[in-house]
Ligand binder design. Sequence first.
Ligand SMILES: NC(=O)c1ccc[n+]([C@@H]2O[C@H](COP(=O)([O-])OP(=O)(O)OC[C@H]3O[C@@H](n4cnc5c(N)ncnc54)[C@H](OP(=O)(O)O)[C@@H]3O)[C@@H](O)[C@H]2O)c1
Length: 342
Amino acid sequence: MADKNRKWVLKSRPRGLVERGNFEWKEEPLPAIGDGEFLVRNLWLSCDPTQRGWMERDTYVPAVGIGEVMRSVSAGQVVESKHPGFRAGDLVSGAFGWQDYALNNESDLMPVTKVPEGVPLTLPLGTLGITSLTAYFGLRDIGKPEPGETVVVSGAAGATGSVAGQIAKIRGCRVVGIAGGADKCEWLTGELGFDAAIDYKFEKVSARLRELCPQGIDVFWDNVGGEMLEAALSNIAMGGRIVICGAISAYNATEPPPGPRNYMNLLARRARMEGFVVFDYLDRTDEAMAELVPWVMQGKIRYREDVRDGLENAPQALLDLFSGGNTGKLIVKIADPEAAES
Ligand SMILES: NC(=O)c1ccc[n+]([C@@H]2O[C@H](COP(=O)([O-])OP(=O)(O)OC[C@H]3O[C@@H](n4cnc5c(N)ncnc54)[C@H](OP(=O)(O)O)[C@@H]3O)[C@@H](O)[C@H]2O)c1
């Protein structure tokens, strides 16, 4: 075990785009553990657009405090324990933050869960974790696609969108993805089996949606907001459902953008738009995993992990989410499991 804890703390709240200068690097002695506590050697960090919101203000969870370690969903190994439920060597996921070691007795954001034997430690961060739970419950409970319906996904080549689209395919839908760049679109229609893809950086989204969805969009899964949402609203089918998963195009805006100008299409087409937060569904994780695990094992859900190296690169990794630098789930590797055992 190392004798110091390296960490990124929040130094200032972002105004506009997140900057490296919003974080401060610190090195401190390892914390001593008390009764009921356990120490986790962090091995992998999940990069999530929502971290931008956590830095700025109270959202569905309180903002990260100035001077506090940057919050992050992560996975690691228990290296020392005075907690009856955890033993040294256990592989766990939780909200351990941007640091080498986390002293933990459960967080208010998410419970610490043990990673089952044989499951790669990165999967609970994405494909068998928050990412897929988001896609699963957002589609199942909010979008409710029926076989034969047309589902359109924005941010489709990212972690959540790629899984949402594949689940819609499993449910028997026709799926169109929207992503930035030819490589991403090829991945969607090739390996992932989407029926079509729109490269929003080179194509006119609304016109392409009209061509590709002549009967309208039955379910629009929105990760992006802004103009993408307006394009979908223009093409929403009678009785369509818009799942507000996120609005990444606005996360770094200094002024909130005006709402969708054509929202009255909801009225004309008897459609609805609804948001949700995955953390409200965590007590139903087993229900989702009963379907997700076999789908992943059988290759019905394919995934890509986009790995960056080193705790020191965590701020840059977070920034990459906002420029489309990732395909699939973006994660940061900060140590090997062997390091935790030595
Ligand atoms: N509701 C919930 O509980 C919940 C839970 C998890 C995630 N989310 C939301 O789901 C969305 C996706 O999250 P994720 O973790 O899966 O990230 P991700 O999709 O893996 O990464 C973000 C992607 O967003 C796209 N993007 C970034 N800026 C954009 C812009 N200005 N316009 C259009 N596209 C842009 C980029 O792809 P391109 O190259 O295609 O532009 C980028 O790769 C986010 O909005 C997030 O907040 C919501």
